[in-house]
Design a protein. Structure first.
Length: 202
């Protein structure tokens, strides 16, 4: 019998967000919706482009308005120029379940950094990333994930714990994502990946 093709929405229902991840996601969402003081009342519980812009500026970035609006647009399923809690959750599920590296990740990268940065100080240490990385990847992949973010050395030359900024984090994560995309495309071209009915759902 031919396998029925699952819709993207059906596949996402099977993606599990662990309790500690959900706790961090809720904290980050509440942080993000609080920055745009000119937001209309009916959009108060959604993320606007000005919310994103304010947070990125705090993190040391200087994005153009078009760049910020693109971050919103990539995950704005109902096209209201804002990100609802449901769209926020869906974005996270799509990205953590994406094996191709092709899912838009601009907002995900920001959210992930803020999940690590519990005190919203603009920098993260190895220790601050451990809980989320362990919950998501397990002990067997923990060291690889830490190395991808911080490099081979977890300490500074003076022995103090290494910290990275958002800009440094995004640079490393984007480089790794590019390498994974190239590997995925090479493997698909060689026929190593499935061409089954679910292969292009996302």
């Amino acid at each position: 019998m031919e396998k029925l093709k699952m819709s993207p929405a059906e596949k996402l229902k099977d993606v599990v967000i662990k309790p500690i991840e959900q706790e961090c996601l809720d904290r980050v969402f509440n942080y993000l919706i609080d920055k745009d003081k000119k937001k209309l009342k009916d959009q108060a519980n959604k993320i606007s482009h000005m919310d994103i812009a304010c947070v990125l500026q705090f993190l040391g970035c200087k994005p153009s308005m078009s760049e910020v609006k693109l971050i919103i647009w990539e995950v704005d399923d109902d096209l209201d120029a804002h990100i609802s809690k449901e769209e926020f959750q869906t974005m996270y599920k799509r990205c953590i379940s994406d094996e191709t590296g092709l899912e838009p990740r601009k907002l995900f990268n920001l959210v992930q950094f803020l999940m690590y940065d519990k005190k919203f100080k603009g920098r993260v240490t190895v220790e601050e990333t451990l809980q989320i990385l362990y919950v998501r990847y397990g002990r067997e992949r923990l060291d690889d994930e830490i190395r991808a973010i911080f490099g081979d050395d977890e300490k500074n030359p003076d022995g103090s714990e290494k910290e990275i900024t958002y800009g440094e984090y995004v640079e490393k994560i984007n480089l790794r994502a590019l390498e994974r995309q190239k590997e995925y495309i090479r493997n698909k071209a060689k026929g190593k990946l499935s061409n089954g009915p679910d292969d292009d759902d996302f």
